[in-house]
Design a protein around this ligand. Structure first.
Ligand SMILES: [Zn+2]
Length: 122
């Protein structure tokens, strides 16, 4: 009988069909290689079903990304505000107000982004 090796694809024209028969080319035992391939197909099938159940994984949606872009913009603005306060403020109240605005410029969009993330997660 002819057996094609599941591992190296060698065609064994002198195969006997015995249970523990090995490939003369690569030495793999046909039954074991076939079982390993079967198990691999089962694993791939489960992975495919899991991937189908969660279509786009954990990727953020449009609304969620909008929130994070706002946070980045706020962080950049807050950084400029903090540096300009540091350079230009002439009194403690001005420093406090500038630092507060800089912090708010980052914290408010961040809180919005987190809220959008929680609301729009699938
Ligand atoms: Zn082989």
């Amino acid at each position: 009988m002819v057996i094609t090796c599941p591992k190296c694809r060698h065609e064994n024209v002198a195969a006997t069909g015995q249970a523990m028969e090995a490939c003369p080319q690569c030495g793999v035992i046909y039954a074991r290689a076939a079982l390993a391939q079967h198990q691999q197909r089962q694993v791939e099938s489960v992975r495919a079903r899991v991937a189908a159940a969660v279509p786009d994984g954990n990727a953020p949606g449009f609304v969620e990304r909008f929130g994070w872009y706002l946070t980045i913009a706020g962080a950049l603005y807050g950084s400029v505000m903090l540096i300009s306060t540091w350079v230009l403020a002439e009194s403690a109240p001005q420093q406090a107000a500038g630092a507060g605005l800089a912090a708010a410029a980052v914290v408010v969009p961040y809180c919005l982004a987190r809220a959008l993330q929680q609301l729009f997660r699938k």
